[in-house]
Design a protein around this ligand. Structure first.
Ligand SMILES: CCCCCCCCCCCCCCCC(=O)SCCNC(=O)CCNC(=O)[C@H](O)C(C)(C)COP(=O)(O)OP(=O)(O)OC[C@H]1O[C@@H](n2cnc3c(N)ncnc32)[C@H](O)[C@@H]1OP(=O)(O)O
Length: 237
């Protein structure tokens, strides 16, 4: 595990070195091309393998991609920024434009996707629509440390929230999240989050999940969540 983490860090440093050189090169580019490359970063799908992914993560990814071939499972793409349509949909609920300046909003991005490759949240979610469940493959990088050598519980809570939320679809918000942390998660290891929709009651979605090691022998956490479908008649702010 330690070796794969060190190897991961080495490839991260290699990537960082390359990226640090990138702005100098782009100085020569025409503005239109610069805009194009920025657009490419914004629209990049981050739920795909990169050099920081460990052997375990790549292996599981390949297994689930196979399951997608007959259409029973789908890989959910993941972007740094919400699409214009999604942002517009959410504005229906959060109407007060004074809350966040437009300029700040234009810089906004999903914080799980704000890290350099391998340093933060590396994850991909697969969804089985018929069974109303998802599987999230997650590798927490070195910047997510809490207790030395271990993943921060808040990072785990974030991934659990996202994993549970991926079982819902549409405009929902987390109203309640309960987590039992049973075993600490080693930093840079891969965990599997199995989530399911247990019950739908009006606008309330009751969900649960468990977090296990790749070999399924270690149960790291169990959680339940309540998500509420937003009511267009109500403003939440
Ligand atoms: C559109 C396209 C989307 C695409 C998008 C893509 C985004 C790319 C992925 C990003 C993924 C990031 C995932 C981040 C997910 C967060 O981080 S969400 C942020 C954290 N959560 C919050 O800030 C929520 C704050 N709370 C609220 O805004 C409001 O309380 C809520 C949750 C919207 C509910 O308010 P409300 O609509 O007025 O509902 P309300 O009438 O109070 O309650 C409805 C029912 O739920 C019950 N209820 C409400 N809260 C609770 C509670 N805490 N416990 C128990 N019961 C409760 C009520 O008792 C009521 O029950 P019934 O009487 O109907 O039986």
């Amino acid at each position: 595990m330690l070796r794969s983490c060190t190897a991961g860090l080495r490839s991260i440093w290699a990537l960082r070195g390359r990226r640090e050189g990138a702005p100098r090169l782009s100085m020569d580019l025409q503005p239109a091309r610069r805009l194009f490359s920025t657009e490419k970063v914004i629209h990049k799908d981050w739920a795909l393998p990169n050099p920081s992914w460990s052997k375990d993560l790549k292996l599981l990814f390949d297994q689930f991609m196979k399951k997608c071939e007959d259409g029973s499972w789908e890989r959910l793409p993941s972007y740094k920024r919400t699409s214009t349509q999604e942002s517009e949909d959410f504005k229906t609920y959060f109407l007060d434009p004074k809350l966040v300046e437009e300029e700040r909003l234009s810089q906004a991005q999903l914080f799980t996707r704000g890290f350099e490759d391998g340093l933060g949240f590396e994850y991909v979610i697969f969804k089985n629509n018929d069974e109303k469940r998802t599987v999230c493959l997650f590798q927490g990088g070195p910047y997510l440390q809490g207790v030395p050598g271990l993943l921060h519980g808040g990072a785990m809570a974030t991934m659990i929230d996202i994993a549970l939320g991926s079982c819902t679809g549409g405009a929902v918000m987390t109203a309640n999240l309960n987590i039992n942390f049973k075993r600490p998660v080693p930093l840079c290891s891969v965990v599997v989050i199995n989530s399911q929709l247990d019950k739908l009651e009006g606008r309330k979605l009751f969900l649960s999940c468990n977090v296990r090691s790749v070999d399924e022998k270690t149960l790291y956490s169990e959680a339940t969540g309540l998500f509420i479908k937003l009511d267009p008649e109500k403003s939440s702010t």
